[in-house]
Design a protein around this ligand. Structure first.
Ligand code: FEO
Length: 402
């Protein structure tokens, strides 16, 4: 059984939806699945663009055989060699030894490292072109989006860009192939942000470089390797990628992230949320760092402009789940945020200063003047400090709105 869809004339989506993998890269939960997109062009020569995760090889190979019919496979363009896309490559070569493989120089190194092989190959890089007959292609290398070797392939005949991981998203597409067939804001915005910020967050400058090149290209349709194909609202996703990759807050909201051993710090975090909302700022979210997967915390941290961190002191340092969150923010190059601090400690509260030592590793982190420090459980003084912190948050949010 084949499950394929036409993208534009002569171009077909032959990908698969994965609802069987629980944890992407064995790091990031994907409760709503993910798609692995692959495409075939039927021109004077036939061209396959990338493959899929090997677990889904049988279905993908059925799709490929269905679209090709009795035609040979002339070319395989591999834009990205990560195994979620390339682990079925060797199976395709076994079935189609006639195919010539087109990829970057580094891509072919990675091909060998993963123990894949092919006899016929063409190495390309930025500025190189290729023709399959009526369709002409230009290649653009995209180092660190998301690995060092990817490239994007632009069909200059019809404006279709094969963008590899760029402009992709977590969440299976389940039959809905195009951006105008889904409610992206409702259903894909968070998975899309969580995908980009956790997978490529560290390399924002490289994404920015790609966006600059993309702005000069006549792109009409974007075909990523995950998620929907963009044919209507290209400006929307390009704007989101611009914000995420430049570490610019998407919304002027407030994230309150807390760790709490016995519930006291949690109650303080909840009270702060209430105080801020009562002052008229309603984009406020509260997160328990102990039971929220890091990828969701990172996604929210990229969304908002204000991050309030509340946790107890542990081993004279930062409560470990909070420390993990902060260290992941450092690893992903998080920057340009306003931060508020709430510390707790039963005999030597130091978590506030210790959190700042980690935060100081990031660029453009601004601390609110007001902080909260309490011992074991909140008291009347905590109420006063919370009110002052809420005032400072609201003043800062309103200042950034201007
Ligand atoms: Fe979807 Fe970098 O692989």
């Amino acid at each position: 059984m084949a499950n394929v869809r036409e993208v534009v004339k002569d171009l077909y989506w032959i990908g698969v939806n994965d609802h069987r993998t629980d944890i992407f890269e064995r790091i990031h939960p994907i409760p709503e699945g993910v798609s692995y997109n692959s495409y075939v062009l039927l021109d004077e020569k036939t061209v396959l663009f990338d493959t899929v995760d090997f677990e889904f090889a049988p279905y993908f190979l059925d799709n490929l055989a269905y679209v090709l019919g009795d035609r040979p496979l002339d070319y395989i363009i591999i834009n990205h060699w990560e195994p979620d896309h390339a682990s079925t490559f060797q199976e395709v070569i076994l079935r189609h030894p006639e195919a010539t493989v087109i990829s970057t120089e580094k891509g072919f190194y990675f091909m060998s490292q993963f123990n894949y092989h092919c006899d016929k190959r063409i190495t390309v890089g930025t500025g190189d072109t290729f023709s399959s007959g009526k369709h002409n292609f230009a290649f653009v290398q995209m180092p660190m989006v998301h690995w060092p070797e990817p490239m994007a392939t632009l069909d200059t005949t019809n404006g279709v860009l094969f963008s590899a991981d760029a402009f992709g998203s977590f969440k299976a597409i389940d039959g809905k192939l195009f951006d105008d067939e889904v409610n992206w804001d409702r259903d894909f915005l968070e998975p899309g942000r969580r995908y980009l910020t956790n997978i490529v967050g560290k390399y924002g400058a490289y994404v920015q470089a790609v966006l600059k090149v993309a702005a000069t290209l006549p792109i009409k349709i974007i075909c990523p390797l995950h998620g929907v194909i963009w044919r209507k609202n290209l400006g929307y996703i390009i704007d989101k990628y611009d914000k995420w990759s430049s570490y610019t807050p998407e919304d002027n909201g407030v994230m309150i992230a807390y760790g709490s051993m016995y519930g006291n710090t949690e109650q303080v975090a909840q009270k702060l949320a209430s105080e801020v909302v009562q002052r008229g700022i309603t984009d406020v979210t509260v997160w328990d760092v102990s039971n929220t997967h890091m990828s969701y915390l990172i996604s929210e941290a990229f969304r908002v402009g204000h991050i309030i961190l509340a946790c107890p002191t542990y081993n004279l340092g930062v409560y470990p789940p909070m420390k993990n969150f902060l260290n992941d923010m450092v690893a992903l190059n998080m920057q340009k945020r306003t931060v508020g601090i709430i510390e707790n400690g039963t005999w030597a509260p130091t978590s506030g200063e210790e959190m700042k030592k980690i935060l100081d590793q990031m660029f453009e982190i601004y601390y609110l003047d007001s902080e909260v420090s309490f011992m074991s459980s909140p008291d009347e003084n905590t109420d006063k400090e919370l009110a002052a912190l809420a005032d400072a948050i609201v003043a800062s949010v309103k200042k950034q709105e201007k």
